[in-house]
Ligand binder design. Structure first.
Ligand code: FES
Length: 563
């Protein structure tokens, strides 16, 4: 493989001419011949005015560039698709695969020797990892970092856990509009990603654990000096990688690294979205992400990290309290310490040299966990033959074993139309079911799984009830919510056959989700079922034709790596 500016020349049937032309254009941009002989580090920037979480991406890119230059390479910043949760209609998940394809194709097309990927907001790090793994180019991630916690009238606020809490109070009529507005100003007090253990924080911790980020960097707040120092150090490391040609993603993403990710996911009570993303990331390397192993790990590994929504603290506290390597140290008997990282060190070597200080209130010791039980459980049963997920650490223990009558919402539109109907046939024992909100059905599997508590019950003080769907849920949300039911309704899964009044049993201890309707009746209903119509054209058509189910990562089937 040719290096630097000579790599991946445009095809004119004359390589020397292609090189002459390319070099000429950069001379035209003011580069000297000396500069153009250096190794090249691409800096993939997700800066976008529509991505407020990434407002500091240009400064991050600048600090990375400084590091690249300090180490004797040439930085080139280039743009990619940028996804923010609140600015991606109908849902950012629909666009994650588009971003992953963009990342893969651009880093495969440009003359790069290594690439730094600036990630952060929920789907960006998964898309970058998926693309980088498929391209198998030496790659290192730096995240934009999390927001600082908000402070409002004596309370610390976190996006978006407290966005949901305050909104629920407003819906229930226990919080007035002006009070909500005052808190609103403080919910996202700085740039950066959501500062609780939502999907952005989770995926940053996953990326560091599977070895794609510098140790300790996942947790540094967006507006801290540590953030710029990590960016500079990442640039320096990327320049070394450009020179040596490694490590490549295929050297880092192993079964052991993915198992380590499952350990950290359980110990942090991370977002259930990570299950889908890890399956997609593993799939790009031809590895099947083992959900049953994740479930087994959860039974042995308690929740140690005290961060919202399971606990009380924020990412800045995690960072000051010792950051991720301190958590790894606590978990060392559960981790494969020989797993390699982009830094050149193993997880074990990082733990051995990491400063001993740890804040026990944030990173709890094993004998005093935040939650003794597991964070995430995987369910199966006749309602979810392909599996379903539940975040037990954010659910109500009294609802762990529950049987109730189904109340079915056909779609997101149906949910929105009827949820606050005063005549809705719902009680606290009802199991609310949302379908056609999965990867194909919605399409894009939006974060609609935490169905709102009907006003009729919320106004009487009800905070939680059993809800299930083929949708996802934000990592910042909470409640007894069964997610990722697979196969989804739009793919003809049993979820499509549920009718109002059917009995549904949730048995978290036995890891079961069952529809108590006999097989003959289900066969009758199946004979009447018709698949929904697919979009006629464009990306939506590609998506609905080729997207896989949740347990396979909702990637496009043709993008999986060879097994
Ligand atoms: Fe960007 Fe939460 S919306 S991280």
């Amino acid at each position: 493989m040719k290096k630097g500016l000579r790599s991946r020349l445009a095809q004119y049937g004359d390589e020397e001419f292609a090189f002459f032309l390319r070099r000429g254009f950069l001379k035209g941009a003011g580069f000297t011949d000396d500069a153009l002989d250096l190794p090249i580090v691409g800096i993939l920037s997700t800066a976008s005015d529509f991505n407020p979480c990434h407002k500091t991406a240009p400064q991050v890119a600048e600090a990375i560039s400084r590091g690249v230059r300090m180490a004797g390479a040439l930085p080139f910043v280039f743009p990619t698709v940028s996804l923010h949760e609140a600015f991606s209609y109908p849902t950012s998940m629909l666009l994650r695969n588009l971003m992953a394809m963009d990342v893969e194709e651009m880093i495969s097309a440009l003359p790069l020797d290594a690439v730094v990927l600036i990630g952060g907001c929920d789907k960006t790090i998964p898309a970058e990892l998926m693309g980088a793994i498929s391209a198998d180019m030496p790659a290192i991630i730096v995240n934009v970092g999390s927001m600082l916690a908000g402070k409002h009238e004596g309370t610390r606020l976190g996006a978006c856990t407290d966005c949901r809490r305050l909104w629920a109070q407003f819906r229930a009529g226990t919080l007035e509009g002006p009070d909500l507005n005052r808190a609103h100003d403080q919910l996202m007090p700085t740039s950066g990603t959501c500062m609780v253990m939502g999907t952005a924080s989770t995926m940053a911790c996953m990326a560091e654990t599977i070895g794609f980020m510098l140790p300790g960097s996942a947790t540094a707040p967006a507006v801290s000096s540590d953030r710029w120092r990590f960016a500079e150090a990442t640039g320096k490391r990327a320049a070394e990688m450009a020179r040596t040609g490694g490590p490549r993603p295929s050297e880092l993403l192993t079964k052991a690294a993915l198992r380590n990710a499952s350990v950290v996911l359980q110990a942090t009570s991370g977002s259930t979205n990570a299950l889908v993303h890890l399956a997609a990331i593993a799939g790009r390397a031809g590895i099947t992400y083992d959900l049953q192993e994740l479930d087994r790990i959860g039974r042995d590994v308690p929740v140690l990290l005290d961060l919202k929504p399971a606990g009380m603290n924020f990412m800045e506290d995690f960072h000051a309290g010792g950051s991720l390597p301190s958590l790894w140290r606590r978990l060392k008997d559960h981790l494969d310490l020989s797993a390699k990282t982009v830094n050149g060190e193993t997880i074990g070597e990082i733990i051995a040299r990491w400063p001993p200080y740890v804040d026990d209130k944030v990173i709890r010791p094993l004998d005093n966990p935040l939650v003794k039980g597991e964070a995430i459980g995987i369910l199966t049963g006749n309602l979810a033959p392909g599996g379903a997920a539940i975040k037990l650490a954010s659910a109500t223990p009294e609802l762990f074993q529950h049987e109730g009558a189904a109340l079915v919402f056909e779609s997101l539109e149906d949910l929105e139309k009827r949820i606050d109907d005063p005549n809705l046939n719902v009680t606290p024992q009802t199991v609310m079911v949302l379908r056609n909100a999965g990867p194909i059905g919605a399409p894009g599997m939006p974060e609609a799984g935490a169905l709102p508590i009907p006003k009729k019950l919320g106004s009487k003080g009800l905070k939680d009830m059993v809800r299930l769907s083929d949708a996802r849920m934000s990592g910042t949300a909470f409640g007894t919510v069964v997610l990722h039911v697979s196969p989804e309704a739009a793919a003809g899964g049993p979820l499509a056959l549920v009718r109002d009044g059917d009995r549904i049993e949730l048995d978290t201890k036995g890891r079961k989700l069952n529809l108590k309707v006999d097989d003959a009746e289900l066969a009758k209903r199946r004979a009447q079922w018709k698949p929904p119509q697919k979009p006629a054209r464009g990306y939506l058509r590609l998506y609905t034709d080729r997207v896989t189910q949740a347990e396979h990562g909702c990637d496009f089937d043709f993008l999986a790596g060879e097994k």
